[in-house]
Write a protein that binds this ligand. Structure first.
Ligand code: FAD
Ligand code: ZN
Length: 475
């Protein structure tokens, strides 16, 4: 499908040489998802390098009634950042909108454009002896605009909150091409509705985020990382409660990992080692961070773990004694996305329940799935400190990949019904996109869906901002 007459030329004129792509060979990577085979078509990828150009592109598309798919690093996992197959949408990539606009160290803020890669922000903060705590395995390629549009979580949420908690202000190009300048660096601002919170987590369906004021934090001077063997998720949750009592909010990460994740990583990824002498059914990766002399927290952490051993909550543990060892301990956790790509068909879930309900949820989901699919491997890992699990049943070893993959509807229903029964959410951090759009609509109340539709209609009445994502089309 091509664009309405003359639009491509007008867009080319605004964007200038190097500011757009039309060759199918060049646009193809913008139409393909990272993992689950989402594909689509577009006849033009816009690569604006200023907010004004973003606004001009949106105005032209608004006038021509052409929908826009905003795209950052294209690492999202729900089919939100690729166009549909019909080819009538353009993709607007923020790749060239990548300047750090300002740094205010006394205010502990950094103002960045949407296309700055997350890792670049972390490095810039570190250069000024600050921490930008958002951290996830895709940080070398995801962009802050995408992180905010998906309200990304990651491994430091326990201490610092998710992306939403790290933003003070936003600049957004609205669906009609007007620019909302909300780039305020304020921690207190009670002047009415919090507009920025509408755009955070909206997955590009309400407008295009072009810049943000981010919060910075003091950089920890002492980080201790331990891999801890625990007999059960119940023990893991009890350990978390103990560590929080002993170390307060110095506990920055608490990741539960099932043994199967180690087995698969050892089999499928080069250079992975088993960190402890004996296999354990479950592990927890714990990180604590503080501001004292390097090494200060090793003793309190070791003491707390020692007491947990005596209480029967921990069977073994190892503390990283160097940056290399720390990276080794994190490796199995961080390689899980890649591991599962290689391991066969798995049905991914990104769910949250109250932390206290995690053991029961795992018991019940495990029992229901093994009854329905004998031999299914229960891959489970995630940010248990936030009540968030990546719960990805993997096909039985000898089963046919496609046959298992086709069970997605039934498996989702088993897992998500249990999640909802425990007061949980069917998408804790990856968002809805296309993957979980209908599933979310299935579980949300009529009132909640109606409120969401009204907000969408108020901000994007022509349905031109990433249509078909987050909310099902209305029949
Ligand atoms: P994209 O994938 O390009 O876009 C994501 C969505 O945001 C799309 O709907 C898109 O239209 C919209 N969007 C992008 N930019 C803008 C903008 N400027 N304005 C408006 N809308 C926009 N996510 C987590 O939360 N926690 C994790 O721990 C985590 N780990 C991951 C590990 C791996 C290996 C991978 C591949 C992904 C992981 N993710 C995780 C998912 C993904 O990395 C995040 O959702 C990330 O925030 C997406 O950023 P992006 O720049 O790639 O956005
Ligand atoms: Zn995660």
């Amino acid at each position: 499908m091509s664009l309405p007459d003359g639009l491509a030329e007008r867009l080319a004129h605004v964007l200038g040489p190097g500011g757009y792509l039309t060759d199918p060979h060049d646009t193809a990577p913008f139409c393909t998802g990272w993992r689950d085979g989402w594909t689509g078509q577009t006849s033009l990828v816009a690569l604006p390098d200023t907010t004004e150009k973003v606004a001009e592109v949106v105005r032209l598309c608004y006038a021509a009634r052409v929908p826009i798919v905003p795209q950052g690093g294209n690492t999202g996992l729900t089919g939100g950042s690729q166009p549909h197959d019909h080819g009538r949408e353009i993709v607007l990539s923020t790749r060239r909108l990548n300047r750090i606009r300002a740094l205010d160290l006394d205010n502990d803020t950094m103002t960045v454009e949407a296309g700055v890669v997350l890792q670049t922000i972390q490095e810039e903060a570190a250069r000024h002896d600050r921490l930008f705590p958002l951290s996830l395995a895709a940080e070398g390629s995801c962009q802050i605009g995408g992180n905010l549009a998906t309200n990304a979580g990651g491994t430091q949420v326990l201490r610092y909150g998710n992306a939403r908690a790290l933003v003070l202000g936003l600049e957004v190009v609205l669906a009609d091409g007007r620019v909302w300048d909300g780039l305020r660096g304020l921690r207190k601002d009670n002047t009415g509705y919090d507009l920025k919170d509408l755009f955070i987590g909206a997955e590009g369906t309400l407008g295009i985020i072009t810049a943000a004021v981010l919060r910075l934090f003091p950089r920890p001077t002492d980080v201790q990382t331990a891999l801890v063997a625990v007999p059960s998720p119940t023990a893991a949750v009890a350990l978390l409660t103990r560590l929080k009592a002993a170390l307060g909010d110095q506990v920055t990460a608490f990741e539960l990992i099932a043994r199967i994740c180690f087995d698969l990583a050892l089999e499928l990824i080069d250079g992975v080692q088993d960190p402890l002498a004996e296999p354990s059914p479950w592990y927890v990766l714990v990180e604590v961070a503080g501001h004292g002399e390097p090494g200060t927290l090793a003793e309190p952490l070791t003491d707390a773990l020692g007491e947990a051993v005596e209480a029967g909550l921990v069977t073994d543990a190892t503390l990283a004694s160097s940056g290399d060892q720390r990276a080794q301990l994190w490796r199995v956790r961080e390689e899980q996305a890649e591991v599962q790509k290689r391991a066969g068909a798995s049905i991914k879930h990104d769910v949250s329940v109250p932390i206290s309900r995690i053991p029961q949820f795992l018991d019940e989901a495990g029992a229901a799935l093994t009854a329905a699919y004998p031999g299914a491997r229960l891959v489970a890992f995630g940010h248990v400190g936030d009540g968030n699990l990546h719960y990805n049943p993997l096909q039985p070893k000898d089963a046919d990949r496609d046959t298992f993959a086709r069970e997605i509807g039934r498996i989702n229903r088993i897992v998500h019904d249990l999640v909802v029964a425990h007061g949980g959410s069917i998408s804790a951090e990856h968002g809805l996109g296309r993957l979980r759009r209908d599933e979310a609509a299935h579980y949300k109340s009529a009132v909640e869906l109606d409120l969401m539709r009204r907000i969408k209609h108020a901000l994007d009445p022509l349905d031109l901002m990433n249509p078909g994502k987050v909310l099902p089309p209305q029949g």
